[in-house]
Each structure stands twice: as C-alpha cells, then as structure tokens.
Design a protein around this ligand. Structure first.
Ligand code: GLN
Length: 549
C-alpha cells in the first residue's frame, strides 16, 4: 500500500498511438506544480524488453537516460523538461522487468507452492511498482504505454482498476486521451472512435473521469455534451487538446481548457493556487518571435525518424531561445551524404554550425567524418555528441596526425584503435568492468558521472567557469588516452576528464573558433527554463559565424 497522502492519476490512451500521452501527462504535471503541488511522473511500458536500451531508434525513438543510469522511454524526457523533477529508475517500469522479477521470485520459491498467474502475481507486482519509491508527493501521474485494446496492456489496466477500487475516488483519477478525427467530407469532428475506446475501458471496469480529446479544431459545445452523455463523463471534464505550434504551448492551452481546474475539482481541492503561466507564455513568445536566425546541419543516421533525436531537438530549441534566435535544422542522412556528398554542397556550405549526434555502428560513419572534416577545416562551429566526439577524434588522428588507419574497435577490428572498448571505470558503486563477451542490454556506461573541466577552455567558459560538472552518459567505447599527448600537441586538447583522470569527457580544437566534442549527452539535461550551457554556447558560436559571412 502507498503512503496515506499521494493521489494517483492514471493516463491511458485510446484510438491510436502518437497522440501525445507523454506530453499530456507532463503538461498536467506542470500545471499541478504551478498550483503548488509536489508531483512525480512515472511510465509503465507494456513491452517485454527489460528496457528500451536494446531497441532500434527507428522503432522506439530516443533512449532517454536518467541520472541514476536507467535507459528509458523518451516520454521521461518530456517529464523532466516540463517539471524539472529528476526521474529515477523507479519511474520507468516495463513488462520485461515485472516478469523477470516475478520469475526470479518463483525460482527462489517465494510463492510457496502457489500457481503463479497474471492475476494476482503480475498485477500485484505492477501495483508494487506504482507504489514504490514515493515520498510525500501530492500526485503521482502514471502513464500507461500503448493503446487501450492492446493485449500487452491488459495486466496494467487490471492493476490500475484494482488500485481505483482499493483507494477510491478521493485518491485515484482515470484520464483517457483519445482522438476526435476531422472528416473533411462531413465537415466535422467525429466522436465514435472515442466512444468505442471508452467502452473498451468500461468493459475492463475502468470509468474514465476526464476525457482529453486530441483535435484539429475546437470541439463544439453540443459535441462535448454528446461525449459526456455517451461516455458517462461530466461535460466540464471533456477537454479539448487542440493541435498547437509548439509543445510549450500545451500547458497554457490545457489551462485555458480547464484541465487543472477539472482535476482539482475532482479531488475536492478548493484551496490550490491559481497557476501563473507567465513564464510559459514568455517562453512561447520567444519561440514564436525570435530576433534572428541561424542554420545548422545535423548529420546522423536516424534523420528520417525525428523521435530518435527528441531531446536533441528540444535542446537546440532551448539553445535558440537563450540566444533569441530561431534555429533552422537541416537534417542530413549520413549514409546518403557519404555516397552523394555533392547533393548537400549548398547546405553544408551555407550552415552556421554542424552537429554530429550520438550513434552506433559503422553505417554512415564516412558521411559523419566528411562533415566533421569540413567543419574543422572551414572553421564552422562544431558540436560532437558521444559518437560525434569519437568520430571527431578519428578524423583528427587520420587527417591531422597522419594516422591513416585510425579507427574505433566498435566498427573496425583492424587499424589503430584511437577509440576502444571501455573495459573498466569507476562508478558510485566501485569499479565496473566489461568484456567483449558481455550482454548488450544495460551494460554500457550509463547515467550521470562527474567531469572536471580545465580552466580557460571553451567548455569551462560555456559552463560559466565551473570546475566540475555532472552529465549523463550512454556509451560502450572511449577515446584512447595513449594518443592524448600527440593530439594535444597538434591542438586537439582534452578539456574535460573524469575526476580520476582516466576517461576523456570533453575535447576541443584550440585552432578553431568553436569545435567541441563531448562523450556525454548534454541534450538530456537541457530544460526550457534552463537551456544547456553547451547548446547555448554552440548556438552563440553559430550566430557569431552567421555575422561574419
Ligand atoms: N557507439 C558509441 C559508443 O558506444 C557512441 C554511443 C553514443 O553515441 N551514445 O561508445
């Protein structure tokens, strides 16, 4: 059982996926925070993977990493960006984790002869995860992944039904997000898919308390009445979630539609503050009315699938806001760039900055290396993130130091390994060790690690003269320290190192206006109200460059 205090808001989705359940949950959390409440967000994922770390970014989008090293769904990024509440391992639950734990218990004999079943054993384990690791939060907003009707989601719906039954209306609220499609031939929004989706939930014993309807135009009053009547929901709890031009408009829009008021009314909370949305309004205004513009190219492998770079795109937006500029991003697919570089001549020659983000594997590395070489030789501001840093080192070793076969053991066994498998490092719990034979899942260097910055470097300046920073990691390979002196002698300096001095964390080129590579993922810690210093500095460098040419 949970503490006596926390209220639970369960967010489910109907009709189809990609309606923005994560953003809906994050926006509601932000509004409740503005009303003075302490919130926490959590995601329950019905898939069988233990975590999304082994999934292709094409299938699942970005893998978001928490401070404590959990590989999670990208919605946790929305949660952190919208609320600034640091997520933990406990906030990312999957069917894979639940079953692994239940089966391990069964093997130990903990069930004492019982036949282990989905109900109650799996559902009890789900409930335990929902109640775990809570302190004095006023609200836990718990998002159920997938769409109502999915076979995988059934145990989760049963578990939250039970919680609703056990804790009652005063402690639990069911919020269901659906779609009202606009049918041009009828000239109107349609309610039928939402009705069916609510029926499906009702069939499982869950009566939604709030219906949030994604729509491309305002919902007429009569339509809200109809949804209210057919879905058994009070009319003022049928809420429009209109399409908006920036995600940071969502909390403002929800507030105008009465979402946070409906939640407080539901729980009988009469004395909560009226939320002041001025900071959000200012943010949206800055995004909509920038004073200038810079153009950058992102050269990566997953450019067809923008979800793979979710946090990166947000961090760039934040960086743009910090400099009052709109950042136009040109996406360049690295393999195509490798094979048809002339196709991109115009873009690559006109952009004010080049960014190579994180990535895995050999495919497309030639295109990334070409972009890095162009940035280095032509003094175009460059930010290399994780793989983008490692490739910047390879490019430098090949083309400046003349180590022609410089490579990474990740994609080439033969050659001079200037990037090698990370075999040992110091974490908060002692030395971690890895070998080539380890499992792929969960075995990278993950989560937040401290890094010491060298005084007077670009990184040090970008971070406002901080000597130690903490950033999140997700990598299996590292820059080979054996080449450090050689690289530094030619201008590629190691401006950030792990506190024990063993692991390179930041490199920069001193013969260049702004060329920085980082082994960590700064995009994961950028916030709309706290743009990441490296993104701010990179966009600033791009802005300076745009003024020169
Ligand atoms: N593939 C590289 C590694 O594992 C870089 C990882 C990344 O960019 N996240 O070290």
């Amino acid at each position: 059982m949970p503490n006596q205090h926390t209220r639970f808001i369960f967010v489910t989705g109907g009709v189809l996926s990609s309606l923005g359940k994560g953003l809906a949950a994050a926006s509601l959390a932000a509004l409740l925070q503005l009303r003075g409440y302490k919130v926490r967000l959590r995601k329950l994922e019905p898939y069988i993977n233990v975590d999304p770390g082994t999934m292709s970014p094409y299938q699942h989008g970005e893998v978001y990493v928490t401070d404590d090293g959990a590989e999670t769904d990208l919605d946790l990024g929305h949660y952190e960006r919208f609320t600034n509440v640091t997520a933990t391992k406990a906030d990312a639950v999957t069917t894979g984790q639940i079953y692994s734990e239940v089966i391990a218990k069964e093997r130990r004999g903990d069930f004492l002869g019982a036949t282990v079943m989905v109900v109650p054993h799996i559902t009890d384990a789900i409930k335990a995860k929902i109640f775990a690791d809570l302190e004095d939060e006023d609200f836990l907003i718990c998002e159920i992944g997938g769409t109502v009707g999915d076979i995988e989601g059934l145990p989760y719906l049963e578990a939250i039904r039970q919680i609703g039954h056990e804790l009652g209306n005063s402690r639990t609220l069911f919020l269901h997000l659906t779609l009202l499609p606009y049918i041009p031939s009828a000239g109107e929004l349609k309610t039928k898919p939402s009705q069916h989706s609510v029926k499906e939930l009702q069939g499982m014993g869950i009566q939604p308390d709030i219906l949030l309807c994604r729509c491309s135009q305002p919902i007429p009053h009569e339509m809200k009445q109809k949804l209210s009547l057919f879905c058994n929901i009070q009319p003022d709890r049928v809420i429009a979630a209109l399409d908006v031009d920036t995600i940071y408009q969502v909390p403002i829009h929800y507030h105008e539609e009465g979402m946070d008021r409906a939640v407080c009314d539901f729980f009988g909370l009469k004395d909560s503050k009226v939320p002041d949305l001025t900071p959000w309004k200012n943010l949206v205004q800055k995004i909509r009315e920038p004073e200038g513009k810079v153009e950058i190219a992102i050269v990566g492998k997953y450019t067809q699938h923008k979800d793979a770079y979710k946090s990166l795109v947000e961090a760039i937006t934040h960086g743009g806001v910090s400099q009052n500029v709109d950042v136009k991003v040109h996406w360049i697919e690295s393999e195509d760039f490798e094979e048809n570089p002339q196709k991109y001549d115009e873009i690559i020659h006109s952009v004010n900055g080049i960014l190579v983000p994180g990535g895995f594997g050999k495919r497309g590395t030639g295109g990334k290396l070409r972009a890095i070489q162009y940035a280095r030789e032509n003094k175009v501001p460059y930010l290399g993130i994780c793989f983008g840093m490692q490739l910047a080192v390879i490019e430098f070793c090949r083309n400046v130091l003349g180590i022609e076969n410089a490579t990474s053991t990740e994609f080439c066994e033969a050659g001079e390994p200037v990037i090698c498998l990370l075999k040992e490092w110091l974490s908060a719990s002692g030395y971690e060790t890895r070998t080539e034979a380890d499992d792929l899942g969960g075995s990278m260097r993950l989560g937040a690690y401290p890094c010491n910055l060298k005084k007077g470097t670009k990184a040090y300046n970008a971070y406002g003269s901080k000597e130690q920073i903490s950033e999140r990691h997700r990598h299996r390979y590292e820059v080979n320290m054996l080449f450090k002196d050689q690289m530094e002698a030619q201008g590629l300096i190691f401006s950030g190192l792990s506190p024990d001095g063993h692991l390179p964390e930041v490199i920069e080129n001193v013969n260049h206006p702004w060329f920085v590579g980082v082994q960590f993922h700064p995009e994961l810690k950028s916030r709309p109200f706290g743009p990441h210093p490296l993104f701010a500095a990179f966009i600033n460098a791009a802005l300076q460059q745009s003024r020169i040419f």
